[in-house]
Design a protein around this ligand. Structure first.
Ligand code: SF4
Length: 327
């Protein structure tokens, strides 16, 4: 069987937000929300991007889709650099690359019926109008577990889970190939979370979708992802196939995060690794390895040299001075 093609390749992506102060609003520094990340996603794959809140994962997702402009780096989607596309080229590419937001309610216009909200983009992109538009919206509503009679309803008439189904339908109606799902279940009750994840998995399989799945919740990411990148303070510190990351994490930060994930086997007792201190501010990151003030393994070199992501196993990459590189 042929290996799936790479659909997205992120190279050295950075997003810095200027900090302005004083009467003249001079730039006095930068919040380094995303500070040089690299990863690839293959067609039909779900890549999970995890990390604590504020680590830059949502900014990374928005920058990849060019909803905000990158400071530096490349985002190659099917070989084309999204970060350099002009307005027209970007507009043409939009239907292929969609987003599902964390809070579907705030992303839905309360004065628009569900049918209008989902169908709007079909008209904006000149894909379908009138009867065809209505049929496509109803078909996508059904795919997402809703019904024809929901077409005329308004967002406030739906539960949280149903609203997220509407959010998914809105992303899906343009028949995208690549979807960034930014914390798509974190605003939902646990019982509803699994329904939405199952729906996304079913849609992924049926339509061959490729997902960048962003979440702070490692249990959720474990369920849906094929591959996982762990982010800390704007950088990816570990990138590995899901099974390998969850069974043998190599970076001390990944180990600490995973030690907090509850196990399904109550007989297996895991020792929880408690990290000291808080995540430093991305406007003033520590020198060298940004994890060094909290790292249980830190040595002198860690505060002086920035570690790079290196191959530490088959298809397993880690950014740590103490992890041995393999060839
Ligand atoms: Fe810890 Fe040093 Fe490795 Fe960073 S480089 S994770 S501080 S051991």
């Amino acid at each position: 069987m042929e290996a799936p093609q790479q659909i997205l390749s992120v190279k050295g992506l950075k997003k810095y937000f200027p900090i302005r102060a004083g009467v003249f609003s001079r730039v006095t520094g930068y919040v380094k929300a995303v500070d040089g990340i690299d990863f690839d996603i293959r067609s039909g794959e779900a890549y999970g991007l995890v990390g604590e809140s504020g680590c830059g994962k949502s900014t990374a997702g928005m920058t990849i889709l060019r909803l905000i402009n990158p400071t530096d780096g490349e985002v190659l989607y099917k070989g084309k650099d999204v970060s350099t596309l002009d307005k027209d080229e970007l507009r043409k590419m939009r239907p292929e690359m969609q987003i599902i937001f964390q809070d579907p309610y705030s992303s839905l216009n309360p004065r628009m019926s569900v049918g209008e909200a989902i169908g709007e983009s079909l008209e904006v992109h000149g894909i379908a109008t009138g009867k065809e538009r209505r049929e496509r919206v109803i078909s996508v509503l059904r795919e997402c577990g809703l019904d024809e009679h929901h077409f005329r309803r308004y967002p406030h008439e739906f539960s949280g889970g149903q609203r997220q189904r509407i959010g998914i339908a809105r992303a899906l109606v343009l028949e995208p190939e690549f979807i960034v799902a930014d914390e798509p279940v974190s605003a939902l009750d646990v019982s509803i979370q699994s329904q939405i994840i199952n729906l996304m998995e079913r849609l992924q399989e049926k339509f061959g979708l490729t997902f960048l799945f962003i979440s702070h919740d490692l249990s959720v990411v474990k369920h849906i992802s094929d591959r996982v990148g762990v982010m800390y303070l704007g950088r990816i510190v570990e990138d590995a196939p899901k099974k390998e990351l969850y069974s043998s994490p190599m970076h001390p930060y990944s180990q600490a995060l995973l030690s907090a994930v509850p196990t399904m086997q109550p007989k297996i007792k895991k020792e929880r690794i408690i990290l000291k201190g808080d995540v430093p501010s991305p406007s003033n990151p520590p020198p060298g390895c940004t994890f060094h003030p909290r790292c249980p393994w830190a040595e002198e070199v860690c505060s002086q040299e920035v570690p790079v992501l290196k191959k530490a196993g088959t298809d397993h990459y880690v950014s740590c001075h103490l992890v041995k590189e393999v060839t």
